[in-house]
Design a protein around this ligand. Structure first.
Ligand SMILES: [Ca+2]
Ligand SMILES: [Ca+2]
Length: 217
């Protein structure tokens, strides 16, 4: 888990606030068909990017402008391959969040993650899988949309209390909110590092990746 950690020197260079890179927006539409046991996704997705390009091909010629998740079933995991190129001038760490779930409870049934780790050098191209996991319990959702935001880190991911270091304090905050969701009393957005409205192993992974990292002074 820790083998791809950027060096402190490199992290220092990538955490400059002015180097704010990328925003990607995907809109997804799912149409339920026949019963809650079968969902057909007929949506397209639009992506906006700044600094980082998202492409279908490793040559980075075909920019991703629309996504179709094809058919989704409850309990399935859908993977989609894209290529990301750092089109800025500095080494970056990319950071994935989701936002604006519509309806809001769609985030209770779906989780988006990716296979990206480590850092990306200027002009470097990385193959990345977006992974959309659909809960077996999904029901009552006929259409949904959400935004995917990919940008570089301007603060340290995993630093829930904002003191500039990722340590046991942040882990404790995560533990207190463990397995809660938006609206529940113990839910704490400060430890929802990927912004999906759930506190789970994805957020724990963020703390693990950045464990004991300190903001350069
Ligand atoms: Ca902290
Ligand atoms: Ca989360």
């Amino acid at each position: 888990m820790f083998t791809d950690k950027p060096t402190d020197a490199k992290k220092s260079s990538i955490l400059r606030p002015r180097f704010f890179l990328t925003m990607a927006t995907l809109s997804l539409c799912v149409v339920a068909a026949f019963s809650s046991l079968f969902l057909t996704c007929v949506s397209t997705a639009s992506i906006e990017t700044v600094g980082v390009g998202v492409y279908w091909d490793s040559d980075c010629r075909n920019q991703v402008s629309a996504i179709n998740w094809s058919t989704l079933y409850p309990g399935m995991t859908k993977e989609l391959t894209v290529y990301m190129r750092n089109e800025g001038n500095e080494t970056a760490v990319l950071w994935l969040r989701t936002d604006n779930w519509d309806p809001p409870n769609a985030s209770e049934y779906m989780t988006l993650s990716w296979t990206y780790t480590g850092q990306i050098e200027p002009q470097e191209i990385l193959k990345v899988e977006f992974i959309l996991a659909v809960s077996p319990e999904i029901e009552g959702i006929t259409n949904f949309h959400f935004d995917i935001i990919v940008d570089t880190t301007s603060t340290v991911p995993g630093d829930a209390n904002g003191d500039g270091v990722v340590n046991v304090i942040d882990l404790g905050m995560l533990g207190y909110a463990w397995l809660t969701e938006v609206g529940e009393p113990k839910f704490d957005p400060r430890v929802d590092f990927n912004g999906d409205g759930k506190i789970n192993v994805l957020d724990l992974g963020t703390i693990g990746f950045w464990w004991l990292y300190k903001v350069p002074s």
